[in-house]
Design a binder for this molecule. Structure first.
Ligand SMILES: NC(=O)c1ccc[n+]([C@@H]2O[C@H](COP(=O)([O-])OP(=O)(O)OC[C@H]3O[C@@H](n4cnc5c(N)ncnc54)[C@H](OP(=O)(O)O)[C@@H]3O)[C@@H](O)[C@H]2O)c1
Length: 287
């Protein structure tokens, strides 16, 4: 039986771990704040006190942590990092949303120790993680991605392979930018309507019926109308993703004028106290 280690059991990692347990995989979990893993232990996961301890029997190690520094900590920390504990032939997987540059650097560090690496970030939020309906965007050797497919299957609607290591991250940052740009623009136009004598609820209804409004944007418009910003994909993570998009685009010498403006909006929203609100909360800058 394939044995998995999950490093990071936050909002996404814990839901992904539950899917793996429900599918019958043996699972060891590590989380920096141990208490956050407790519900998974009740579901049958084994606890570990460090990433290194978590990975010693694993065939596949999946990391689902906040950002590049968190990823560096769980894989490469000189005392507790997973890298020194991995079994020969084990496969390392990064599912966090990180810079493409870091994914390539990490692959090189792991490669020097003979560990194979796939970057496999996910599109979809907490409901999709819970339902096993995440869209995986993978970068790495085709044979490694194929070996990983049965492990991703209980968590995935589909697994796209996009070529070399780093390309999964690049595509994920592009997808999030595409969504974040639209959310910020919607917030701006709804804010303008709110300042007029056109009724906001009526405008949201009309927007919702337009062919240019996707189901995801319609949901965002409804949240803005109801001033209901319970987090699924919080502003602080959106800000991080735009920051990483800009860094990744700079490495490619690609222009990102819209991305820069929208990054600034999410940064301002976080500074104004909306960091923990859902992505739609950026609209509060305009209401
Ligand atoms: N939420 C979404 O809708 C969504 C969707 C797709 C992808 N993502 C991406 O998935 C990743 C996880 O997101 P999430 O929503 O699960 O975030 P989250 O609930 O905030 O969880 C973050 C995880 O990272 C850990 N962590 C943070 N800093 C660390 C460090 N320095 N060392 C070790 N562990 C550290 C946290 O540990 P503690 O519990 O100790 O803080 C926690 O396990 C992020 O990269 C995010 O961009 C999120």
């Amino acid at each position: 039986m394939t044995r998995i280690a999950m490093l990071g059991t936050g909002a996404m990692g814990s839901r992904m771990a539950t899917r793996l347990l429900e599918d019958g995989f043996g699972l060891t979990v590590y989380n920096r704040t141990a208490a956050r893993s407790r519900p998974l232990l009740e579901q049958g996961a084994q606890p570990a006190d460090s990433p290194r301890e978590a990975v010693c029997e694993a065939d596949v190690v999946i990391s689902m942590v906040a950002d590049d520094p968190a990823s560096r900590a769980v894989w490469l920390d000189s005392e507790t990092g997973a890298i020194e504990g991995m079994r020969d032939g084990a496969l390392a997987v990064e599912s966090s949303t990180l810079t493409a540059g870091w994914a390539r650097q990490l692959a090189a560090e792991l490669g020097q120790r003979g560990v194979r690496f796939v970057d496999a970030p996910v599109v979809g939020s907490r409901p999709q993680a819970e339902a096993g309906a995440l869209i995986y965007l993978a970068g790495g050797e085709a044979c490694d991605v194929d070996e990983l497919r049965p492990v991703l299957e209980p968590m995935a609607a589909v697994v796209h392979h996009l070529g070399a290591v780093g390309n999964g991250m690049l595509m994920k940052l592009a997808v999030n930018a595409w969504f974040g740009i639209q959310v910020a623009a919607l917030g701006e136009v709804l804010g303008m309507i709110e300042h007029s004598d056109v009724e906001l609820a009526r405008a949201i209804e009309i927007f919702g019926d337009l062919p240019v409004t996707s189901p995801a944007l319609k949901a965002v418009a409804d949240q803005i109308g109801q001033r209901s910003f319970q987090p699924m994909f919080p502003v602080e993570l959106v800000e991080k993703d735009f920051r990483y998009l800009l860094e990744t685009a700079r490495d490619l010498s690609a222009g990102t004028p819209v991305g820069e403006t929208v990054h600034d909006l999410f940064r301002r929203a976080a500074e104004k106290g909306y960091a923990g609100d859902n992505i739609s909360g950026v609209a509060q800058l305009f209401l």
